[in-house]
Design a protein around this ligand. Sequence first.
Ligand code: ATP
Length: 249
Amino acid sequence: MIEIKNVGKSFQGKEVLMDISTTFEKGKTNMIIGASGTGKSVLLKTIVGLFSPDKGAVLYDGRDFHKSTVKEQKIIRGEIGMLFQGSALFDSLTVAENVRFPLNIHSDLSESEKDDKVNFYLKRVGLENAAHKMPSEISGGMQKRVGIARAIVMNSQYLFCDEPNSGLDPQTAWMIDQLIHEITQEYNLTTVVVSHDMNSVMEIGEYIMFMYQGLKIWEGTKDEILDAEPKELQDFLFSNKLVRTFKGI
Ligand SMILES: Nc1ncnc2c1ncn2[C@@H]1O[C@H](COP(=O)(O)OP(=O)(O)OP(=O)(O)O)[C@@H](O)[C@H]1O
């Protein structure tokens, strides 16, 4: 579980996060949605410790990240997996070497234990036959799968995904959404997905937080979102043709 408590953040006097509080529960796919420039990325970066909040706290299962010692922060960081926009694989490493990378940096495992882990997670994401391929030789969807395997190979407790579907066709996007959702339940992860994609929101959004100009305007589930009242959220939702069709508008 990750608790965000009254987080505020400004850049050069401009408030980009205002008193954000929420709870991302374990075993759930939590989503942060909102238009461009509303502070989703700044919030994500504050949660993972790339930015310090000016006010408030971020608690990882009760551990206040920004008040922790460097040693404690390192432990929490070791429990965090990130799936970056565009996958961010190392072009010069094979698929297996990419997945192995965090183990080489952060673990004391023997080489054969690392082999076992890499093989296990590659199999889990359906890429056991692509281990020796280079990223340039596989599709965008497969690259995302490698990114997912790399994000969870350290037995991560927390999984952050920044726009996991960007650049994918609808069918592949659906498969990546399902994989993130399944893995979240299977390994009881606290997953946080930043997304613009209403398809994803309606498929896997067990908890959704809508941001508008640095504020949390609404929170709820995918079953509640189409009837949500805030005008800012309705404008955001109903600018999407699929949602209008779904609602019969
Ligand atoms: N390092 C920074 N220094 C100064 N201002 C920043 C910095 N990072 C973000 N901002 C500002 O914070 C605001 C929120 O930006 P953020 O990137 O979080 O939006 P977003 O909701 O993630 O948008 P998008 O969906 O386009 O990625 C913007 O006004 C942005 O210009």
